[in-house]
Design a protein around this ligand. Structure first.
Ligand code: ZN
Length: 394
């Protein structure tokens, strides 16, 4: 195999036996890939970086975020502001049909599942599910069963549903959905839990944004700004920079008040993220930032990265996010996803004068997509509320 796996806690390395997301020695760590050969970057889309993806084949889908310097924001802040622009914005030659960076993760996840010939199941609060619904059709012999909190259909849409995707609405929050996905995997022999942020195929897919930025501009920025739910994107960017021999930027991550477990854990120096006894999906403006079990205190996770890069964590109010979003729309003429508004609002809270700052705009342009495509609300194939209900899913 062109890669092996590595545990950053006990430093052991081992081969991938398929969905090997935990250290054989039981460490609390995030398993990472190490590639044996020097890569050759060629072609376009995410596949340009195939040598750094733990998969063997590709699909005919080449959409990729735009990478650019923003003159407008650079002037506004007296800094150099760069964007990784994920979304559907034809004027910037970026046409990601599901509008968010989750699309990159899903492409790799599908191919990884195909390689190991496994059907997969997972829970999602929106963007990941949207991407599986749309792109699932590109995977051969993989069936995808998605568990989605029933009340969040507001954030979800489909263009052309993939036939190999089953949508299960769950009464209860994200926790319930995740739990049901795990139980569903235990009960069905060929179905495996997809792994979410622990799935290195997903993280290596997101790391391609780091390579693309360095290819385009030739340096590592001073700051990398992103809003986070699980933290997968931040870990991937950090690992990606290291993989290509660059010094990773100082990471500034943000979350949407009132649900800020990572921000609290970091700023109060807690060992792990605090427990919130409400369902964040109900209360949050940026609903995708609602992960209760982020990749924080595992070795190689957010805590290690914030420490190593002397980073920071910010809580952003909904009002601050919306102001940042309308400012952006005034300048560029299209809408950001709420999570991207949270990231943009972070720029007002750090001192960045004279610095090179890269903001990952994780989602945008749904308003533009709706002009070019018929965007439909999703329809669930099943609604479940108890473990017994899982029996009816085919
Ligand atoms: Zn280990």
């Amino acid at each position: 195999m062109k890669y092996y796996l590595y545990c950053p806690e006990c430093k052991s390395s081992f081969n991938d036996a398929g969905f090997s997301f935990n250290c054989p020695s039981g460490c609390n760590s995030i398993i990472k890939t190490e590639y044996r050969e020097q890569p050759a970057f060629r072609g376009s889309g995410i596949w340009r970086y195939s040598d750094y993806l733990p998969i063997n084949s590709r699909i005919e889908y080449y959409e990729f975020p735009a990478i650019l310097k923003s003159q407008e924001y650079s002037e506004m802040y007296g800094s150099e502001i760069y964007f990784i622009l994920n979304g559907y914005v034809p004027d910037f030659n970026v046409r990601m049909r599901t509008c968010t960076f989750k699309e990159l993760e899903v492409l790799a996840s599908l191919k990884y599942s195909e390689k190991w010939r496994r059907d997969i199941t997972l829970s999602s609060v929106g963007n990941t599910a949207n991407a599986f619904i749309e792109l699932g059709k590109y995977a051969e012999n993989v069936h995808i069963t998605l568990f989605i909190p029933e009340e969040i259909t507001c954030c979800m849409f489909e263009l052309e549903r993939s036939e190999n995707v089953t949508l299960v609405g769950v009464k209860g929050g994200y926790d319930f959905a995740t739990n049901f996905a795990r139980i569903f995997a235990q009960k069905n022999e060929n179905v495996i839990y997809e792994g979410g942020g622990l799935n290195f195929a997903r993280r290596d897919a997101l790391a391609t944004m780091a390579y693309a930025f360095v290819e385009r501009f030739g340096f590592s920025p001073d700051f990398y700004v992103q809003s986070v739910g699980s933290g997968t994107g931040v870990i991937a960017f950090f690992d990606g920079m290291k993989r290509i021999g660059m010094n990773p930027p100082s990471v500034i991550l943000s979350q949407n008040i009132p649900f800020i477990p990572i921000v609290e854990a970091w700023n109060k120096n807690l060992e792990s993220v605090p427990y919130y006894d409400f369902d964040p999906v109900e209360k949050l403006y940026a609903k995708v930032l609602s992960n209760k079990r982020p990749l924080y205190n595992q070795r190689g996770g957010l805590k290690d990265i914030l420490t190593e890069t002397k980073g920071g964590a910010l809580g952003i109010t909904t009002e601050e996010a919306k102001i940042a979003g309308s400012e952006f729309k005034k300048i560029y003429g299209f809408e950001l996803y709420p999570a991207a508004e949270v990231a943009m609002a972070s720029l007002d809270k750090i001192s960045i004068e004279g610095k090179k700052v890269l903001v990952n705009i994780t989602g945008s342009g749904l308003d533009l997509l709706k002009k070019d495509y018929r965007v439909r609300e999703i329809k669930f194939d099943y609604i479940v509320e108890s473990e017994e209900d899982l029996e009816m899913i085919e």
